[in-house]
Design a protein around this ligand. Structure first.
Ligand code: IPO
Ligand code: ZN
Ligand code: ZN
Length: 290
């Protein structure tokens, strides 16, 4: 069951979420020619995230960052922050690190993927920064994941979710962030209703309304396995996917050379809402203190 009783930690983490930080990470990631799962720059993009998460958490003895290898070139990245009192219970926050402009993407093809999904990686990266800046220590273990090869069939998250299930890991909840920065519809945050967990979705809506009272939260469906949340759902884990807009209002530039920060409005103001929500999710599901 979900409780909302860690306000001092939520408010401290949310205060650290920074539009400039998120924008900077989006710019860095979208400057790789592409982050396609088979290319050299796709590997470099993953390594950049590993280096960034490692640098952010270098002062934390409870944190470690690993590359997760797959059968293709691009690895996934997993940052683990050990829980203080319930370390066997794991809270997963994920986004995908690959980008595409569709079939034919290859070495040298330009695919910036600023919204899809540098925005998700950048949003999670700022939550990591907030955790370190505040000195927050979770009661449960946190696993931040950058998934490889989402665009070619949710392949990186499928490998990882299947592996976690086969090891019987006690993942108590999963949050997916894929496209957080294109403000395309009337409401601020849309909770995806399919291939997700309805109880956790209600918890997420509660968190948004409790800790970002001015936000409006809607719901929408994908109608198919549209991102990495489906990999976790397929393994029977409770997953939620807060999304930038309705299906029809979502970023029309994705999977093209025009998926740039500029085409998302030139700032990360929309992504900040998701960063604050993810921070609240961490503090209220993984509990712990500063
Ligand atoms: N199709 C997904 C993006 C996507 C996800 C949800 C909705 I509603 C609309 C669009 C994708 O390209 N993920 O990488
Ligand atoms: Zn995509
Ligand atoms: Zn995506």
């Amino acid at each position: 069951s979900y409780t909302v009783d860690n306000a001092s930690v939520v408010n401290a983490l949310q205060a650290e979420i920074s539009e400039a930080n998120i924008r900077s990470t989006i710019n860095s990631l979208s400057s790789f020619t592409n982050r396609y799962y088979t290319t050299s720059t796709g590997v470099e993009g993953a390594e950049w995230i590993r280096d960034k998460w490692q640098a952010l958490t270098s002062s934390r003895s409870d944190a470690s960052v690993q590359l997760y290898s797959h059968s293709w070139a691009q690895p996934s990245v997993i940052l683990t922050i050990q829980g203080q009192t319930e370390p066997d219970e794991i809270v997963v926050l994920g986004a995908h690190l690959d980008s595409t402009v569709g079939w034919g993407t290859g070495e040298g093809t330009r695919a910036p993927g600023a919204d899809d999904d540098a925005s998700g990686i950048a949003t999670l990266t700022d939550v990591v920064n907030a955790i370190v800046a505040t000195g927050y220590k979770p009661a449960k273990t946190l696993a931040f994941m950058g998934y490889a090869a989402e665009e070619v069939g949710l392949r990186g998250s499928d490998d990882i979710a299947t592996d976690y299930k086969s090891q019987n890991k006690n993942v108590v909840g999963v949050l997916q962030l894929d496209m957080t920065n294109y403000y395309g519809s009337n409401s601020d945050i849309y909770i995806i209703g399919d291939y997700t967990n309805s109880a956790q979705n209600a918890f997420l809506k509660d968190l948004a309304q409790t800790y970002q009272g001015s936000l409006s939260v809607g719901t929408t469906n994908c109608g198919y396995a549209c991102s990495d949340h489906a990999s976790w759902h397929d393994q029977g884990y409770a997953v939620s996917f807060p999304f930038e807009a309705t299906f029809n209002g979502s970023n029309p530039y994705i999977h093209t050379v025009n998926d740039t920060l500029a085409s998302s409005g030139g700032d990360a103001n929309h992504a900040v809402k998701f960063g604050k929500l993810a921070a609240a999710y961490v503090a209220e599901l993984a509990k712990g203190a500063i």
